[in-house]
Structures are given as C-alpha cells and as structure tokens.
Design a binder for this molecule. Sequence first.
Ligand code: MLC
Ligand code: AMP
Length: 462
Amino acid sequence: MARPRFLSRFLAHPAERPALDWQGSTYTFGELRALGEGAAGWLAGRGVKAGDRVGIQLENGIELVAAHLGCMALGAVRVPLNAHYRALELAPIIEDATPALVITATPEHFSVVRCEPAVGSEPAAGSWDGGELTALLFTSGTTGRPKGAPQTWQMWESNLDALQQRWALSSDDVLWLTLPLFHTHGLVLGLHGAWLRGARVLLSPRFDPVEPPDNATHFYGVPTYYRRWLPLMQAHPEWFTHFRLMVSGSDGLGAELSDAVFEATGQRILERYGMTETVMICSNPFDGERRAGTVGTPLRDTEVRIVEGEVQVRGPGVFAGYWPRPEPGAFTDDGFFRTGDAGALDEAGSLMIVGRKKDLVIVGGVNVSPAEVEAVLGRAPGVAEIGCCGLPDSDLNEIVVAAVVPDGTVELIALRRNLEAAAAALSGLKRPRRYAFVSALPRNALGKLQRGRLPKEVSFDA
Ligand code: MLC
Ligand code: AMP
C-alpha cells in the first residue's frame, strides 16, 4: 500500500524536534515514531492487521497517544470512543464499527469484543503505509443512533492545510491541548493539526480553568472553557499575553463572551465552524477582522451556500457518506452536505450560525440527541410519554431537560427517582438537569413530537 502523504509529512519532521509534553516528559517526533512502532507490534501480536478497525476508549494520556500511533504505523483504522460513554451508549457503535480489538480502561462496558487494559511495548512493527481511511468517528445522530463518519487522510490534509494557512500556524507554535481526544476538535484540529505542521503539543488530561503553561502560543477550546476562564482572565490578564491565538468552536461563542474576553485580555478569540462530517467549514482570519458573532468565511476550496435557511457545504474536507448505514438525503443531488445548521451570511460574506434545523442539543460542546435520551428514559416505570430538548445554560451553553407525561401508576417522587435511575445508564452530559411533569406533549397533526415547542410551552423547574 502507498504511504498517505499526510503520514509522510508527519514522519519527515526532524527526529529531535519536541512533539509532545505529557506529565513532565517531552517526546520528540523520533520518539513518537518509536512509540508507534512499538504499539504496532503490540497490536499485531494480538492479531490486528492493516485495514482492521481498532476501538480506542481512553482519556487523554500517553496510552491514548500510543494507541493512535500504533494504528497509524500498522495501517489500522482508529475508532475513537468517548471515554465517558457507558455500555448502553457503546453498544450500537461497537455493533456498527465491528472492531477487531478495543483498547479501554473500562472493559466491563464491553461484552462483544476482546478487550485489553493498556498498551505495553513489544518488538517494533509497522510500515506507516495505511490505506485511504484513517479513522471512523461516531457522531450523535438526530434519530438517537450514533452515525459513523469515515475519515480519510486526504480529507484531513486538504482541510488542515487550508485552515492552518488561514491561521498562519508554524512549526514554532506550541499548542496547549486540553480538549478530549475522541472528538474532531481535539483529535483532528488539535493533535493531528499540530503534528502535521511539526508544532509541539502540551497535552493535559482535561480542561481546568487554571494558569496556562507560559510557553504555550495556541489554545483551542469550546465556549464553556472560555466562560470558566473569564474570572481568571479578568484577575490575571498577564497570564494570557503569551498566546498568539485562541480559537473557539464546536458551539456558538456569542459576541458577549467574545467581547468580555477581549476586554479582559486584549485577545480577540478566533471563531471557526465545522463538523465531524466535514472537518472545518468556515473560519475567521488570523490577520484581519475577527467578527464576533460570526464564524468567518469558507476555507479555501470549500463552498458554502444557504438553502431555505440551512447551511450546505461541498469541498475536499467533506466525507463521502455515513458508514455502515448510509443516510438517504444526507447530500443534495449536486453533492452538497446538509449540515442541519441554520445560517445566514452577513454583508461581508461571513457566516452566522443562527440556530439548528436538526434535533440536537449541544452541552459543553458535546452533541446530545434528544431522541436517544427519550428512548432511554421512556423505559422508566411510570412514564407514559417523554420529550427532551435543550435550554440555555450560563455554563455549558445548553443543558438537556425533559417533559414527562406520567402514566399514573407511581407517585411523582418515585417517578423522578425512576427517571434518574434510568438516566444513570447515560454519560453525564446527556442526563436531563430538569424535569417537568405535564399532561400532554406538543405534537403536530400527525402525532409527531414537536420538541421545538417544549421550551416555550413547558415550565421546567430549576
Ligand atoms: C464530561 N462528561 C461527558 C463528557 N465530558 N459526557 C460525554 N461526553 C463528554 N465529552 C460527563 C462526565 O462523565 C460526568 O458524568 C459529567 O459529564 C460531568 O463531568 P465533568 O468532567 O465534571 O464535566 P465538566 O467539567 O462540566 O465538563 C464539561 C466540559 C467537557 C465542557 C469541560 O465536556 C469538555 O471538555 N467538553 C468538550 C467537548 C468537545 O471536545 N467537543 C468537540 C466536539 S467536535 P458523571 O457520570 O460523572 O456525572 C465538534 C466539531 C467542531 O463539535 O466543530 O469542533
Ligand atoms: P459534531 O457533530 O460534534 O462535529 O458537531 C458539529 C456541530 O457543532 C455543528 O453542526 C454545529 O451545530 C456545531 N458547531 C460547531 N462549531 C460551531 C460554531 N462555531 N458555532 C455554532 N455551532 C457550531
């Protein structure tokens, strides 16, 4: 198999250049290569072959990095799995991804695959000659079932090159990376984006609003990170002066928060917009005006249009379709992907995301399908009907709330307990933060639940 150019570029960085800092140790690009080859030997020793899919359910750390590098060296396709997901949420993903192996810290969540606890090192293997596919990322479907979005090296390379040209990213840059590495934002933009350029990554286990490392030049976050950081920015603006660029994405930043950060630090956060299915679509510029409240203009070679209020996109970063369950209607006849986001262009051609046409709640930058939450909580004893939606939240941007029609068989106190017990099968951000008990749900003439009416028509207690 031919080596993807993306990998050739990664392997061409000088062996002695620092590539990763993790818990006090610095790894050079040469050491990452050796780590990958060791991990590829470990995978091969467990029967994994080039082209196989490997699930990786780990929190940020050197084990996660080694697992990814091992797959890259062996030519296996990575399936990043959300480290917070429980058995119930993992089951449909595993069913669709059919991985040869899953590397996880919580093997009890898997019943259908062989699981291994941690990455060791065995004799080197791996030619870094993978196929076209590099990863299969699962994104919350609006129907409740996560959808597999295959990622090619080519998608990432063309998209990241266009993005980084706009951001003037260079090998001298140092990215403080606190995003989880199982979403597009942390994995593709963060880890792979930095390494494509030969830049250095300072990896943290998670985001905490603390003083940033003083050698960091770049930071990427979801709006919640900036909101939690704001008091510290106001108290210690000098802690943020070494950043050359701070970026926000995965959810709307809003002009108010953007302005507050600017007033505190003099830094105008650069907002960009993307999706797992498309990598990045639009971005504000590094040089030139960053328009608060907009996500900027389309990247090079990417076409964006608004049709009946919906953002549609076509370009080399856009995936070829869901796998293994293609979705009829995901693309228009002329090849534009329907994002499900509602948008408008301002007079300067910058895109504004004004809402969502899809039934999705974004909690702290994490997509939650209300249909999935309803399916799980709908089974709680005492529930006749349930409808979930998002409500604005001053920390997480949005939270999930649930309107429940009791079936009358249990007291309300017991019903609430049953709902909370059922919700425990879901990862934390998906669980409703508030419940309302109602006599009926808003439905259209055909009986279809109208989630968009819930926030207006139901009063959710705090
Ligand atoms: C935390 N939890 C999650 C989760 N993070 N559940 C699912 N997915 C996640 N990513 C759960 C925990 O298990 C816990 O459950 C509960 O939420 C609270 O955990 P916490 O760590 O105390 O939460 P908190 O500090 O509030 O974390 C929230 C957060 C974090 C915003 C800091 O979620 C985060 O880092 N979000 C970033 C998400 C991201 O990277 N999005 C990019 C998507 S890519 P329990 O059981 O313990 O209560 C994309 C494309 C693009 O959108 O354009 O970028
Ligand atoms: P994901 O499926 O996790 O990749 O999430 C993609 C979705 O995140 C998009 O369809 C948007 O709804 C949302 N999103 C990403 N970036 C932004 C942004 N800058 N502003 C508003 N929404 C965003």
